[in-house]
Design a binder for this molecule. Structure first.
Ligand code: HEM
Length: 299
């Protein structure tokens, strides 16, 4: 466990350093790197870790807190808050909520790695990493579940680390400050994303991913252990193709086959069927049903 914690710390510090370098090099390079969904997943993890390790200190609270009326910004007004020399701010908006990000000027001010977020609502780019003008937009339609969760993490981050100063009139709020129907759509997409993640976690527990390897001589091999897929359990299971709803391709899953422990490590008993009769699973062609490891032919 200690080794695991050490590994995670070293990896995260490494990734964070790469991030600093990448940010300073060029937004265009970031845009290209971030087009990969797996990099987007890692980015989410990196920023969550940074937020946990280095929470942004809050400014000293004034003695008397005056409750100010929440301000409404037009896009043109917000544009003036880009933090550039002679201008106000920087302020930025996420899902139509405007935050004063002055205390993060090194990121959002002139020359900062994220200055392009200032003076506008570029919600979509927070998760796509597309920092071109075409990508720096507030339309978040059609993102993946991972992206919606990532975006919600950014919303939580700005709420807790920066001062909310008002609402942006446009996609998320109307000119009276009332939430638009798009705002409610966005909230629904985020809620559905969390639900989807929960379903995936349940499925991963029931059908943990297999170990796999590939060699030019024997091709792909899949096999199950009691820790495969990062799911610790007291059973190993047998490899099967799992067809998950909404996925175009099956994946290899370890499927529980209950029964007394076998004395032959390569065999599992098949007197109790466990989950072997689940309708979404299929045997690998040419692999005996009770085999713990299968050679998989390309399809
Ligand atoms: C979708 C792409 C990305 C977006 C939208 C993004 C956004 C941001 C933002 C807004 C901040 C400033 C947060 C604050 O106010 O404190 C930040 C900081 C940071 N990001 Fe990113 N980032 C992205 C990709 C990456 C990648 C790929 C890495 C590393 C592999 C990374 C590593 C970091 C680090 C280390 C910091 C802290 C820098 C410091 O405190 O000096 N970021 N990021």
């Amino acid at each position: 466990m200690k080794t695991f914690v050490k590994f995670m710390l070293i990896t995260s510090v490494g990734v964070a350093l790469v991030g600093v370098v990448v940010h300073e090099v060029s937004p265009q390079y970031m845009t290209a790197v971030m087009s990969s969904p797996s990099v987007r997943g890692v980015t989410l993890a990196v920023h969550n870790l940074i937020r946990r390790l280095y929470p942004t200190p809050s400014p000293v609270e004034p003695k008397t807190i005056k409750k100010k009326r929440e301000r409404l910004f037009t896009p043109e007004e917000l544009r003036k808050y880009d933090g550039q020399a002679g201008n106000k701010g920087p302020y930025l908006a996420v899902l139509g909520s405007v935050y004063n990000v002055k205390k993060g000027k090194k990121h959002y001010g002139p020359g900062g790695g994220y200055e392009f977020f200032s003076g506008r609502d570029a919600s979509r780019a927070f998760v796509t990493g597309d920092f071109t003008e075409a990508g720096l937009i507030d339309d978040i339609t059609g993102l993946t579940s991972v992206d919606y969760i990532g975006l919600d993490e950014w919303v939580k981050f700005y709420k807790s680390d920066y001062k909310f100063v008002g609402k942006l009139i446009g996609r998320y709020y109307d000119e009276t400050g009332k939430a638009t129907s798009y705002y409610y759509d966005a909230q629904r997409w985020i809620t559905e994303a969390y639900r989807h993640k929960e379903d995936e976690n349940q499925e991963k527990k029931m059908f943990p991913p297999c170990n796999s390897e590939w060699s030019p001589e024997s091709g792909a091999r899949v096999w199950c252990t009691s820790r495969s897929g990062g799911v610790e359990r007291d059973w190993e299971g047998v490899p099967r193709k799992l067809f998950s709803p909404g996925q175009s391709k099956p994946r290899c899953a370890c499927v529980k086959s209950l029964g007394p422990p076998s004395h032959d490590p390569k065999r599992v008993p098949h007197d109790n069927r466990g989950d072997l009769d689940h309708p979404n699973i299929e045997e690998y062609p040419g692999c005996p049903p009770d085999q713990l490891t299968c050679l998989v032919k390309e399809e």
